[in-house]
Design a protein around this ligand. Structure first.
Ligand SMILES: [Zn+2]
Length: 456
């Protein structure tokens, strides 16, 4: 162990102590930030002790996929170290490792522990170089909010750089249904494990479509079947490239009230408490990674079954006979998936859209026009709009043909009170919320004793 890494661990543990005891915060990225300042090689020094590491990246689904994979490995009897949800820069990974390290910088039982780290798109090259992963999972590549990393090509560039830095036996776990992800197989001659959905009962031509073209010949992809966005069974008429046949394939996907049931080829039925077709890809990605790491079939089935909704992404609060469900949305593709999911809920349930435009939400709200709220027109339930940009949200919903109630007050406490009073007994209110709106609503629910806050 390099002395500098040991010093970094000491500094980080001190930072953890200060953060917890003096500032009353736990589990932040601060220890990792401090450790990286003291020793830029901290991630390699700590992470290099682990038996193996898997990185998970993509526009949507990386938190969920990492969580399912960790559950599969735990079901297989493995020790796992993982970064906290959303702490997906390298400092978040270092924080997670520091928490496991002793004063001499050694991680207990490291040689039998697997690292499962969710990596932000732009952090992937640094994480890959430091951790030399056994596998990298790529979930999908969507145009994110306009003011985040910019173009899809910028993100694809980060990923190509990461792939150039991994060991020769690193397995790329790729979404066969996303042609932009599939193209990563051509970057370098590495082993690939494909996952994808072969159940063609769902999907259609609707949805924001961010067209992609073939990186080899420049022709627009055409689709035999499109699930949503650019995700589907694609082919290039120019050079003949087409969607690879996935080794980890869903033959049938059923989205029920209690969660998803996915029939995986060669594995049988896998169930999870997560809902929405998009979580079928996340489940498949985690299973593919589990297969690569040699997890047993029993663990591959059991892991996903232990997973419920991820904090904030889909979370229910029972309030008397009423239920409030929160769905975090970060970009049009994710929002469209939630809208499709809501299209299958009880007609009389209410619907709300909380739109904030602070830095963490994305300050440009034009993305809301790429969301197909039109799919919700004609439902019986009442519709509300709220948040800092409640008027913009209401305008968007109005143009989608929804009859919107008067805009909710901007203060979360007031908005929540108005909603709960207006909701009918026994019904559910489905609220699509942006990131800071989610934090505010959760804090208010916790303040009213309706939910324990899991925020720092
Ligand atoms: Zn082509």
């Amino acid at each position: 162990m390099k002395l500098r890494v040991v010093a970094a661990v000491h500094a980080a543990r001190l930072a953890t102590f200060v953060s917890r005891r003096l500032l009353g915060r736990g589990g932040t990225a601060l220890p990792g930030l401090v450790a990286e300042r003291v020793a830029p090689g901290a991630l390699a020094g700590l992470g290099g002790q682990l038996e193996r590491t898997v990185l998970v990246t993509g526009t949507n689904g990386k938190t969920t996929t990492a969580r399912i994979l960790a559950a599969i490995l735990a079901a297989d009897g493995k020790a796992v170290v993982a970064n906290r949800e959303g702490s997906n820069l390298t400092r978040g990974m270092v924080s997670a490792l520091v928490a496991e390290a002793g004063w001499r910088g050694r991680i207990a039982a490291a040689e039998t522990t697997i690292g499962v780290f969710e990596a932000d798109e732009a952090s992937l090259p640094a994480a890959a170089a430091a951790l030399q992963p056994a596998a990298i999972v790529f979930t999908n590549l969507f145009r994110d909010q306009l003011d985040r990393y910019g173009e899809v090509d910028t993100v694809a560039g980060f990923w190509r750089r990461a792939i150039a830095m991994v060991p020769d036996d690193c397995v790329l776990i790729l979404n066969a249904d996303d042609p932009s992800v599939a193209e990563l197989a051509t970057v370098r001659d590495l082993p690939v494990r494909w996952f994808g959905i072969d159940d063609l009962r769902s999907g259609g031509e609707r949805g924001a479509f961010d067209a992609r073209w073939c990186g080899a010949c420049g022709t627009d992809f055409s689709y035999d079947h499109r699930f949503f966005g650019h995700i589907g069974h694609w082919r290039c008429r120019g050079c003949g490239r087409e969607r690879p046949t996935p080794g980890t394939s869903a033959l049938r996907v059923s989205d029920g009230e209690d969660g998803l049931s996915v029939e995986v080829q060669g594995l049988g039925i896998v169930e999870t408490g997560l809902r929405g077709q998009y979580n079928a890809w996340n489940t498949l990605a985690a299973i593919a990674a589990g297969e690569v790491l040699g997890a047993s079939a029993a663990a591959l089935r059991k892991g996903p079954a232990t997973i419920g909704p991820v904090f904030g992404r889909q979370e229910s609060f029972a309030i008397g006979s009423k239920t409030l469900r929160l769905y975090l949305v970060k970009n049009p593709a994710g929002a469209n998936q939630v809208v499709q999911l809501l299209g299958r809920t009880d007609e009389d349930d209410g619907f709300a859209f909380f739109l904030n435009d602070r830095f963490a939400d994305g300050q440009d709200v034009s993305w809301t026009w790429d969301v197909d709220f039109e799919l919700l027109a004609g439902r019986g339930g009442r519709v509300w709009a709220g948040g800092d940009r409640g008027a913009d949200a209401a305008l968007r919903l109005h143009y989608a043909g929804l009859g919107v109630e008067p805009v909710l007050p901007p203060q979360p406490a007031e908005a929540l009170r108005t909603l709960l009073e207006a909701m009918d007994e026994g019904l559910t209110l489905h609220a699509i919320v942006t990131y800071t709106a989610l934090l505010e609503l959760r804090r208010e629910l916790a303040r009213q004793g309706l939910a324990k806050s899991t925020l720092d």
